[in-house]
Design a binder for this molecule. Structure first.
Ligand SMILES: [Zn+2]
Length: 456
């Protein structure tokens, strides 16, 4: 908290993340709680903290949301209590109470059992089973894995990080993911972070990346879906969610993930020993990475990537080019599920579809119009996956393999092909043959893509 006092106020166009409010003020709420019942404007105005915040404007936003939203007035207060209880439950976990880590050479504390420790030795393997790792760490995969990677990459030593602050920062990050989301939860974040680590190890990157690049990449990967409400941007817009208003209906979720990450970085004081200039640069560059995961921008990033590869002009000694490649790497990490082994990939497919269908169920219940791919009566996992692979994953990973033509890239493309064939087999069984990829993906329109079909 003291760190915030040393920082300038946030510019007006950069809203304060809800964490900053909830951790300092009298009320704790998540964006999903706002989905089921609005935060109390009076309580919001009671929050306090070092970051300047125009409470009257924000309160007006909430009031407008209350006035306009069908959902907020329709759902019982019971749901609100349930969500708030959930947050309290999380905050009472033993991790949050604080576990000190004496030094970076002794990071494997009692929370790891032998098997989890063993798994971390192979954290760079593409077939790393994040689901198993999450079970072995009692649901603390994101904290355990990211802490380990910070140590493995020498970041703790290089940036002279306080390991207790690092642990607390990671615990806050993990706890700000919604574990009730079938897909967009801390395990997805851990999976993306593990994939990012695999990409950072690729020769072209490992030869050129600086510790600063690695630091930003891991933080961005771990926080890229922070506080995800489990519904997509079009849903937030059509329900007049305050985040949609706050971010003017543009990259609403990604902006929220980024600003939430900034809030936690400041609150943790993890980089309080760095210059203000460097901290601001870090916040801005993490934002560039997270915002790149907005699937509605996929075509722009992809054509830029393709142009660079066609011209052969990528120069990784250039910090801007490295930064661009890290954006592409994070995009790949975010939608790499279909490039994993069938056993892992299938589980992710089921989870993301469950989240889509849950959104569809809410939309049906409140007559909001069911979003594409979210109707459990008409959609199937196989159709959704085949469309996702065809229109989003294959084009991206084909370019990535041009950039980094390694064994890992070939492995990923191999799994992608096999998994697509498996889903086609399922599709044939279900339909009697002949169905193509889901046409909803063809339009590549942010308004039509469910739940960031980046699946993230
Ligand atoms: Zn994601």
């Amino acid at each position: 908290m003291e760190v915030c006092c040393q920082l300038p106020v946030l510019p007006l166009d950069r809203p304060v993340p809800q964490h900053v409010l909830s951790r300092r003020g009298a009320i704790s709420f998540s964006s999903s709680s706002a989905l089921f019942g609005c935060p109390n404007p009076r309580q919001l105005s009671q929050r306090r903290g070092a970051i300047s915040y125009d409470s009257s404007d924000q309160t007006a936003l909430y009031i407008r949301m209350l006035a306009n939203s069908e959902i907020e007035v329709s759902v019982s207060a019971r749901n609100v209590r349930r969500l708030l209880s959930f947050q309290r439950y999380l905050r009472s976990s033993r991790f949050f109470r604080g576990i000190t880590v004496p030094n970076s050479s002794n990071i494997l504390d009692d929370d790891y059992n032998g098997q989890a420790k063993c798994m971390l030795e192979k954290v760079g393997n593409w077939n790393f089973d994040i689901f198993l790792f999450d079970r072995l760490t009692n649901g603390n995969s994101l904290v355990s894995l990211t802490f380990h990677l910070f140590n493995l990459h020498g970041l703790i030593e290089h940036f002279q990080l306080d390991t207790m602050k690092l642990r607390r920062f990671l615990v806050m990050v993990q706890e700000d993911y919604h574990s009730q989301n079938p897909y967009h939860n801390a395990v997805h974040a851990a999976d993306v972070t593990q994939a990012m680590h695999c990409y950072l190890k690729e020769p072209k990157l490992s030869e050129s990346l600086t510790p600063w690049d690695v630091l930003l990449s891991l933080i961005a990967a771990a926080t890229h879906d922070l506080d995800h409400p489990g519904v997509n941007q079009p849903f937030l817009i059509k329900t007049n969610h305050y985040l949609a208003t706050l971010y003017k209906n543009t990259s609403v979720l990604e902006n929220h993930h980024w600003r939430s990450a900034v809030g936690l970085l400041r609150e943790s004081g993890l980089f309080a020993h760095m210059s203000l200039e460097n901290r601001q640069l870090m916040e801005s560059q993490i934002g560039d990475l997270i915002l790149a995961t907005d699937i509605s921008q996929q075509n722009e990033y992809l054509s830029m990537f393709r142009s660079h590869l066609d011209r052969g002009d990528l120069c990784l000694e250039d910090a801007n080019h490295r930064h661009f490649i890290l954006q592409m790497a994070l995009k790949c990490a975010d939608i790499c599920n279909p490039c994993r082994t069938w056993e892992l990939s299938k589980q992710w497919s089921e989870k993301v579809t469950e989240e889509f269908f849950h959104q569809g169920d809410i939309e049906k219940k409140y007559h909001l119009g069911v979003s594409p791919l979210c109707d459990r009566q008409t959609e199937t996992i196989a159709n959704i996956q085949i469309g996702f692979m065809t229109y989003l994953v294959e084009p991206l990973f084909a370019e990535w393999a041009r950039f980094s033509n390694t064994r890992l890239s070939q492995t990923m493309l191999g799994h992608l092909g096999l998994n697509k064939a498996s889903w086609k087999g399922v599709q044939r069984e279900q339909s009697g043959g002949g169905e193509d990829a889901d046409p909803a993906f063809e339009e590549m329109d942010s308004d039509i893509l469910p739940q960031e079909p980046r699946l993230s």
